[in-house]
Design a protein around this ligand. Structure first.
Ligand SMILES: [Zn+2]
Length: 158
């Protein structure tokens, strides 16, 4: 079983290496695996697409969801060339992925000039202490929409 895992993580790393040789692609790759089959893949396209959310893991999750025609990736594993950033980790939770296998760590990414480690630290601060300004207002009005959602009998849970 470990052999298969090594093969998959190596494939994610190979995608990150391919990205290196393409202008506008970041050095990150990811694949999604279900039942030992690759059902999604992605590589970082933030600069090429002017999209700060175009991380390898996000693109791989979208690719797998498109392939399976579902928003739920329960039973799947994400293999990423690097430890997912907070956004991609959040996406993995939302996708209900079973597990994540990664190569380089967030500290390795920081050494290469990426902010993953800083974001992890900042998110752990209380909202008012974060570097991104956050303000909460009109709670009752916003909460009313959620109350309607919670009462709707025809809602699709996700
Ligand atoms: Zn990310």
């Amino acid at each position: 079983m470990r052999t298969k895992k090594v093969l998959f993580i190596r494939q994610a790393i190979e995608l990150s290496q391919k990205s290196l040789s393409n202008q506008g692609l970041g050095p990150f790759g990811a694949i999604i695996v279900r039942d030992n089959q690759i059902i999604g893949q992605g590589w970082n396209q933030v600069v090429a697409c002017n999209d700060p959310t175009a991380h390898a893991e996000i693109i791989a999750i979208r690719d797998a969801c498109l392939y399976l025609a579902t928003f739920n990736l329960q039973g799947c594993t994400l293999y990423s060339s690097c430890e997912p950033c907070p956004m991609c980790l959040g996406a993995a939770y939302w996708a209900r992925l079973d597990s994540i296998v990664y190569g380089a760590t967030r500290q390795d990414a920081a050494e290469a000039g990426f902010d993953d480690e800083f974001f992890y630290q900042d998110i752990c601060s209380p909202p008012a202490a974060r570097t991104i300004h956050m303000q909460q207002d009109l709670r009752d009005e916003a909460k009313e929409v959620l109350r309607h959602w919670a009462q709707a009998s025809d809602r699709t849970r996700y």
